[in-house]
Write a protein that binds this ligand. Structure first.
Ligand code: ATP
Length: 382
């Protein structure tokens, strides 16, 4: 097991017409021994390129990658003690599960057959597939094939697992089962893991820490709840969370924020935070908006709205609200699933001041994040 460090790592590709594409822009992340780091971001943000540089499948333009304190830049992929699992299972079709899992060890080590067998059987137990050892890939479901692909990585007992969207080919239910199982396996093995996904739910539920990339640049590294409650910037705030945070462009006028829809009172803390900012974006998460039926709005932080659309999701309803009837310019609030609320209804929406985030409109940087009772609130409660 080992610590993996990426130090100002940069990757520039050259286009066919000779122009530079900066795929990864000075990324620095320190992944502690045994940690599970999820690298998340939208398509094209540089996740796979980062992972491929760690694996040695892509050269590094600038910066350093260290494993256990030693630079691995320039080392051949096969000399790095790293195993990679891809979205496509890439199993050999003519080989059984046992052969697929043992092949790499037979080819690249001088390990005795008995030891290889033992490793394969232990991995098969861990993955709950011992009865599949003599089947070929065509006789396995997608989920089972993905377990075999994982098994092939596990038997190598590497220092690091790199996983590139390994669950994307599975249906939603199986994906969620495998998420839990992968976490259990990673915890059992204690192997440092970097897991790439574009799915923020996967990132939130799986990672000890998540690293959020956009346009090749690292936006924030933190625990899922840190990134959720204390986003470093507008991008992270909008990317993490489903339905996404609502944003309203505003200007600061004295002790108020003025948007084209409403005015919002600033607390003393907020006033201090926005000092000097030309434009500000107010952010509020759907679940923090309080929706009540008894209008009209009577407080500064309350607004008269009309329900445009209700999306029932069982456990909750996503309610799209406009500042006037039939407005397409809506924001979203979530309310309990048992609550009856209909399109066309007039309701009051309250943005509680302790739940409001403020971002600098020009840079996107967070100026003020929602208040939490204490720092421990960014950690899960058990
Ligand atoms: P996705 O989730 O869609 O796989 P990603 O976040 O993994 O996206 P990368 O595949 O790392 O993104 O690509 C990052 C950027 O680098 C993109 O703009 C991509 O077009 C570019 N890129 C990747 N590989 C090459 C290449 N071999 N040559 C030129 N440009 C490349």
């Amino acid at each position: 097991m080992a610590r993996l460090e990426l130090d100002d790592v940069r990757k520039v590709f050259t286009d066919d017409d000779g122009s530079d594409i900066v795929a990864v822009d000075d990324v620095t992340v320190d992944i502690e021994d045994g940690d599970f780091l999820v690298l998340v971001g939208p398509s094209g943000c540089g996740k796979s390129t980062t992972l491929r540089m760690v694996a040695g499948l892509e050269t590094v333009t600038d910066g350093d990658i260290r494993l256990g304190g030693r630079s691995i830049v320039g080392q051949k992929p096969q000399d790095r003690d790293i195993a990679m699992v891809f979205q496509s299972y890439a199993l050999y079709p003519h080989m059984t599960t046992r052969e697929n899992m043992s092949f790499g060890l037979e080819e690249s080590t001088d390990m005795a057959d008995a030891e290889i067998d033992e490793r394969v059987e232990n991995a098969a137990d861990l993955l709950d597939i011992p009865e599949l050892l003599d089947r070929k890939p065509s006789e396995l479901s997608g989920g089972q094939q993905q377990r075999v692909a994982l098994g092939r990585a596990i038997v190598r007992e590497p220092e690091v697992f790199l996983m590139d969207e390994p669950l994307s080919n599975l249906d939603a239910k199986l994906r969620s089962q495998m998420r839990t199982e992968l976490q259990r396996i990673q915890e059992d093995l204690g192997t440092t893991t970097v897991y790439v996904t574009h799915d923020q739910t996967e990132a939130m539920t799986m990672g000890d820490r998540i690293a959020i990339l956009d346009g090749g640049e690292l936006q924030q590294v933190g625990t899922p709840l840190e990134c959720y409650h204390r986003p470093a910037n507008h991008f992270v705030a909008g990317f993490i969370g489903e339905p996404a945070m609502n944003f309203f462009d505003a200007t600061v006028e004295g002790d108020r924020l003025v948007t084209d829809r409403f005015e919002y009172p600033l607390t003393a803390d907020m006033r201090e935070a926005v000092e000097g900012a030309d434009g500000v974006t107010l952010g509020v998460r759907p679940e923090d908006i309080e929706v009540t039926a008894d209008g009209p709005a009577s407080d500064d932080d309350e607004f008269d709205t009309v329900v445009d659309v209700v999306e029932p999701m069982g456990n909750e309803n996503a309610v799209y609200l406009g500042f006037e009837a039939d407005s397409r310019d809506t924001f979203v609030a979530t309310v309990g699933g048992m609550r009856r609320i209909d399109a066309g209804e007039s309701v009051v929406a309250r943005f509680p001041s302790d739940a409001v985030h403020l971002f600098d409109a020009a840079s996107g940087d967070a100026l003020h994040n929602r208040s939490l009772e204490d720092a421990a609130d960014t950690e899960p409660r058990i």
